[in-house]
Design a protein. Structure first.
Length: 318
């Protein structure tokens, strides 16, 4: 696995320097192209070089095996728009300076670990679509924008690692936050494969946007801090498999209308005051302190779900 602080020791893989954009295919022999599993590239890359790398990652069912790719010392330069068919659809990508553009790494089937170019500024929507083996990605210090829909169908992605010198983002336990950790930006889509429990920090005041968009595996327990005062309905909007147990500790929490519509989960609520919510409610089982149970049973929203007084046996789940 790559680390931000790794020394420049001998790399255990193939090292290539691309002096002229578009020439990567001339630097790797055809009989070696699909045998390389680890590669470090320096120099300049355009769209034709990226397509060559994608072929090495089993794009469109090639025999490629590339799994570990270090692009730290490369610079992406502007390149031609390349149109082609992928999974029955016509898609196109191009390269532009300091950007990971839409569909640029889409379909890199064997890619597991990726270190982006140091000068990467933008990561666009669907740039890593269907990188289904991708587990670990390093966000460099110069990145200032990551589209929340950059990683759809990356079902194994479990870790975002951000350079400590990045002024916009940070990562804690694999999750992506803004620098001062007042906003959760994105949860890796496959984190539920590696962690049974996620505890969010007390620096957060609200959850909003597509934080868990395209999450592919259930997060067994999600513990919200007492500092959370607002949850938007988009937070759980595209959960393929929902959070199984949600823990709420906030007093005077507002939850946007229909947040739990068509959701199936168990919620542990430790507050005396029922969180304010409205709209439809899915298959929700609510656990509260026994002394607060009557309060929730007369609440217009929460009275629509099954309400159970908490016991030590229930709490063992958490």
């Amino acid at each position: 696995m790559f680390t931000i602080e790794e020394t420049r020791k001998k790399f255990a893989g193939t090292e290539i320097h691309v002096a002229v954009p578009g020439s990567l295919s001339n630097l790797i022999r055809e009989d070696e192209k699909y045998k390389i599993k680890r590669m470090r590239v320096s120099g300049f890359l355009n769209s034709h070089d990226i397509l060559f790398i994608k072929d090495m990652c089993a794009y469109n069912n090639t025999e490629g095996q590339l799994a570990h790719l270090d692009l730290k010392d490369t610079q992406i330069v502007s390149g031609d728009k390349i149109s082609h068919e992928y999974k029955g659809d016509k898609i196109a990508f191009y390269t532009k300076e300091r950007s990971i553009t839409k569909y640029m790494f889409a379909g890199c089937f064997t890619l597991k670990e990726l270190r982006l170019p140091d000068n990467t500024k933008l990561i666009e929507q669907c740039s890593f679509w269907n990188c289904c083996s991708l587990y670990y990605i390093v966000i460099p210090e110069n990145t200032v924008y990551i589209d929340p829909l950059a990683f759809p169908d990356c079902n194994n992605l479990g870790i975002f690692q951000v350079s400590k010198n990045n002024n916009e983002y940070t990562s804690i336990k694999g999750l992506l936050y803004n620098k001062d950790m007042t906003e959760l930006i994105l949860c890796p889509p496959g984190i539920g494969r590696y962690k049974d429990k996620i505890t969010l920090p007390n620096t957060l005041n609200e959850l909003k946007g597509d934080i868990f968009s395209h999450s592919s595996t259930a997060i067994f327990v999600l513990i919200l801090p007492p500092s959370i005062k607002y949850i938007s309905k988009n937070v759980f909007r595209t959960f393929t498999t929902p959070v199984r147990y949600l823990v709420i500790q906030s007093e005077h929490l507002e939850i946007e209308c229909d947040t739990f519509s068509r959701r199936r989960m168990k919620i542990f609520c430790f507050s005396k005051t029922p969180p304010y919510c409205d709209g439809d409610i899915g298959d929700i089982t609510l656990f509260v302190y026994p002394e607060y149970q009557s309060i929730y049973e007369t609440d217009p929203f929460w009275s629509k779900c099954a309400i159970i007084g908490m016991s030590l046996e229930n709490l063992d789940i958490l």
